[in-house]
Write a protein that binds this ligand. Structure first.
Ligand code: PLZ
Length: 468
C-alpha cells in the first residue's frame, strides 16, 4: 500500500476512495516539500500581525503561517510554501485533511440538515456513529455511546457518568496527564503553565498518582511498573478510600505529557486494581484513538478493556465531534436529560465521522500506521545513536516522539527541542513540541502521507538533530 500512497495521482472529481487515497474534488496540493519564502512568509506575517490586533493573546500558535489548502501530507500556505504536516492539527486529520469520503458525506449532509439538536429531534448519523463505536471499542460486553463536541467535554461527561453510576466522587488522574481546558479537565491536567496558572480555584475531588514513565522513573525502568502500581494502590486504598473512588482516568499513551508509553503490565495492573474495587476505568483516547497507533484504540496494545473510552480528535476528520462509549449499565445510569448539549453529535460532524471510518477501512489505515512506525523508527533511532542530546525515541504507530536531554544527563533540554523545531519549521516541516518539560518533539503525520514525504520530513528533523 505504501507504493500506492506514494505514486497515486490526483483525479479531480473522483469521489471513491476505494482505489487508494484519492484526492478531494479540488485535488491535493502537490505532494512535495517546497519552500519559496522564509517561513512564515511575508503574507503569513502580515496576516499574523493583523490577527494579533483582533484576537486574544491567550491564543498561542506553534507556527504562524496561514494555511489555504491541505491534503495528503501537505499544508499549502498563503506564500505558496508546501509544508510537510507532521502535526495533523494535533492528531485530528488522521485520514488526511479533506479526505474524499469525508468531503463527500459532509457535502451531502450539509445540504440536507445542518442541525436539529439531538435532544429535540433525532437523525440517523448520530445512531450510526454510536453503533460503530460500540462495535469497534474493545470488549464483547453490551456497550452504549453518547456524542459531544470536544475532547474536554467528553472527558467531563465520562466523569459525570462514572460518578452517577458508582455514587462515589473521587477521580484519580496521573502525573503528566492532559485532559482539557475546562474547569474539571484543567484540574485533571497535570501541567501548570500554560494550562492552569492563575485559573484556579480548581474542581474538588481530583487526586493524582505518579505515572509510570519508564525513562524518568526514580529507581529503574524495570521497576517502574511495579512501583507505580504500588503508589496507585496506596493512593486509592489508603489515602482516598476505594469506596470513595468513582473513576481512574488514564491516557493509554500520554499525549501532551510527552508521548509516554507505559511499561508492560502497567495498564493491565491499573485495570485489575480498578476492577477489584468497583472503580470505573476511563481510557482517555482523545489523542491516541481512531487508528493513530496502529490499533483502533491504543489500549488494545496492552490487551486492556476499559469500562469507558473517550474519543475525539481523529473521530471526525477535523469536524468537532467527541464520544463517550462504555458499558451499557454505566451509560444507562444517567437519567434522561442528564447528558447532551446543543451541538453535541451535530449531523454534519457525524457524517464526517462515517467518512473517517469508511476511509480507515478502505485504505487499511491501521496497517499504514504500523508501516509508518516501521519506516520512521529506524531513522529516528539512527539519529539518536551517538547523539547525546537525544535521550529516548518512543511511541507507537504514527504517534512517535524524541525526548531531548542535556548530553550525559537526563536533564530535560527544552532549548534543544525548540532549536530542532525551529530548524524544521524554517525548512517547511511542521512539528510539535510536548512534554511537561517541553523537551519532546512529537510526530503525528496523517496516515495517508506518502513514504517520500515522511522520509523527507524525517531527514530534515534528523539533520536538525545533528546540528545541535
Ligand atoms: N484528552 C488526551 O490530548 C487535547 C490540546 C491542545 P479538546 N489535546 C490537545 C491545546 O493545547 O488545547 C486532549 C487530549 C487528551 C483531552 C483533550 C482535550 O480535547 O478537544 O482540545 O477539548
Amino acid at each position: 500500500m505504501a507504493a500506492d500512497l506514494a505514486t497515486m495521482t490526483p483525479t479531480p472529481g473522483d469521489p471513491a476512495p476505494a482505489a487508494g487515497p484519492a484526492p478531494a474534488e479540488d485535488g491535493w496540493p502537490e505532494q512535495t516539500r517546497i519552500v519559496r519564502t522564509p517561513i512564515p512568509g511575508p503574507k503569513s506575517l502580515a496576516r499574523h500581525a493583523h490577527r494579533k490586533q483582533v484576537l486574544s493573546d491567550g491564543l498561542g500558535t506553534v507556527l504562524p503561517v496561514f494555511v489555504e489548502r491541505a491534503g495528503g501530507g501537505i499544508l499549502l500556505d498563503a506564500d505558496d510554501n508546501h509544508l510537510i504536516d507532521f502535526a495533523s492539527g494535533i492528531a485530528v486529520t488522521t485520514v488526511g485533511s479533506s479526505a474524499p469520503a469525508v468531503v463527500r458525506r459532509v457535502r451531502e449532509q450539509v445540504a440536507k440538515v445542518t442541525h436539529t439538536c439531538f435532544l429535540v429531534t433525532e437523525y440517523d448519523g448520530y445512531v450510526q456513529v454510536g453503533e460503530i463505536l460500540n462495535r469497534l471499542t474493545p470488549g464483547t460486553h453490551a456497550k452504549k455511546t453518547a456524542l459531544f463536541s470536544t475532547g474536554a467535554e467528553a472527558v467531563e461527561n465520562a466523569v459525570k457518568i462514572a460518578r452517577v453510576a458508582t455514587h462515589r466522587q473521587a477521580i484519580v488522574t496521573f502525573g503528566h496527564a492532559y485532559h482539557g481546558r475546562t474547569l474539571l479537565t484543567m484540574t485533571m491536567t497535570a501541567k501548570n503553565i500554560p494550562y492552569k496558572d492563575g485559573f484556579g480555584p480548581f474542581a474538588p475531588e481530583i487526586y493524582r498518582a505518579p505515572l509510570a514513565y519508564p525513562y524518568r522513573w526514580p529507581t529503574t525502568a524495570e521497576r517502574c511498573a511495579t512501583e507505580a502500581l504500588a503508589a496507585l494502590e496506596d493512593l486509592v486504598v489508603k489515602q482516598i478510600g476505594a469506596n470513595n473512588t468513582a473513576a481512574i482516568v488514564i491516557e493509554p499513551i500520554q499525549g501532551e505529557g510527552g508521548f509516554i508509553v507505559p511499561p508492560a503490565a502497567y495498564l493491565t495492573g491499573v485495570a485489575d486494581l480498578a476492577r477489584a474495587h468497583g472503580i470505573v476505568l476511563i481510557a482517555d483516547e482523545v489523542q491516541t484513538g481512531i487508528a493513530r497507533t496502529g490499533e483502533m484504540f491504543a489500549c488494545e496494545h496492552d490487551g486492556v478493556v476499559p469500562d469507558i473510552i473517550v474519543t475525539a480528535k481523529g473521530l471526525a476528520g477535523g469536524l468537532p465531534l467527541s464520544a463517550v462509549t462504555g458499558r451499557a449499565d454505566l451509560m444507562d445510569a444517567v437519567p434522561a436529560g442528564g447528558l447532551g448539549g446543543t451541538f453535541a453529535g451535530n449531523p454534519v460532524a457525524c457524517a464526517a465521522a462515517l467518512g473517517v471510518f469508511e476511509t480507515i477501512e478502505e485504505l487499511d489505515l491501521l496497517a499504514r500506521a504500523r508501516q509508518i512506525e516501521a519506516l520512521a523508527r529506524p531513522v529516528l533511532e539512527a539519529a539518536a545513536d551517538g547523539n547525546g542530546w537525544i535521550g529516548e525515541v518512543r511511541g507507537r504507530g504514527a504517534m512517535l516522539a524524541v525526548e531531548f536531554v542535556v548530553p550525559g544527563t537526563k536533564d530535560p533540554a527544552p532549548d534543544a527541542a525548540a532549536a530542532v523545531m525551529a530548524a524544521c519549521h524554517r525548512q517547511g516541516v511542521v512539528t510539535l513540541q510536548c512534554g511537561t518539560y517541553g523537551n519532546v518533539i512529537r510526530l503525528l503525520p496523517p496516515l495517508v502521507m506518502s513514504d517520500e514525504l515522511l522520509l523527507d520530513g524525517l531527514a530534515v528533523l534528523t539533520d536538525a538533530c545533528k546540528g545541535l
